[in-house]
Design a protein around this ligand. Sequence first.
Ligand code: NDP
Ligand code: ZN
Length: 376
Amino acid sequence: MKYLFLSIALSILSVFQVNAQEKRIPAKGLAVFSNDWQFKPYEFTRHALGDDDILIETMYASICHSDLHHSHQDWGNEIYPMVPGHEIVGKVTRVGKNVTKFKVGDYAGVGCMVNSCGECDYCKAGLEQYCKKVVMTYHAHDPFHNNEITQGGYSNNIVVKDRFAVKVPQNADMKKVAPLLCAGITTYSPLMQSDVKKGDNVAIAGFGGLGHMAVQYAVKLGAKVTVFDITEDKRADALRMGAVKYVNVNNKEELKGMDDSFDFVLSTIPAMYDPSMYLRMTKYNGNFAIVGLPAFNNQPTLKVMDFVFLAGRNVYGSQIGGMKETQEMLDYSVAHNIYPEVEIIKADGDAVTEAYKNVLAGKVKFRYVIDMSTLK
Ligand code: NDP
Ligand code: ZN
């Protein structure tokens, strides 16, 4: 008799376990399995929908240079398989029972974060990106879900806490929204932090995905913008976007006479460069903000002497932006028709591999966006 009870109890338990298993959400995407940038189809599961979570069917995910750094081990040891992607936009298909911010059918955007503690000073100040427990969208251990590894937006869906998704207006140009979730906020935020305004002289160094967003925001704010990059191919684009000047830093003649010129300098450069040069160009009381993140074994340096001999210039780093500011940036961008310039590619492993090589070679204008509806 007691064996009968035991076997009934065990079968009930196993039914519960199967149900718990079934609650995980199946997903498929494109992953790299080493640092070779060879993208291949990959099937996995995401954690079950929590009461405060939403499930988003991905429409578009774009390629940020950070995805190149991450998957190439530029910033340290990486975890594979890795599904990158932290510029994501899609349609809400399910909502947890506590969610009021979204309903099924709404458009939602997800950037670099999917969760945080919600209680620390950073979270309370709307600076979730600096929370010690922040969960990055991919390649992160998620302490709120048994430390499982997160996977990003080059996939058919994503589960996210509702407060880490922004509302995307129905009239937004959906093909172009995804890059705003990282390139947009990462440049909008320091422009706001430094209170850039009409008539300011602004320098944007690195005219790629981030840089071309920074130029558009700064021009909209009424600043006089000078763009610095290493190619001739983008000179006409910078002027078309409203810059007053374009400097090819490989041409030493063009760099002459620029010291003490700028109220605000933003570096989005992802590779080796000379930050002292940009500090010299910053005016007394001006701001030099750094967002570009070159590889850990190829780090540009600012010397202590630079700070002393170029005293009075403020240098600071900035990471993306908090969720409140991200929503503000998105609404601002859509309202003022400020979007990235994009090239749409298929959600195909070879196409993404080729796109990565082109980003590194400076061949994209200005952001690749993967059409996730084409994922097989
Ligand atoms: P892109 O590759 O799209 O753009 C980088 C641009 O910098 C390219 O136009 C490139 O030139 C140019 N460039 C390269 N070397 C130099 C140089 N020495 N001087 C001037 N310009 C140069 O990258 P993203 O805009 O996507 O990202 C830029 C960086 O920002 C990356 O390191 C990324 O990881 C980081 N990032 C940081 C974030 C943060 O929160 N702080 C968030 C998101 C990204 P060309 O194309 O002509 O070769
Ligand atoms: Zn990014």
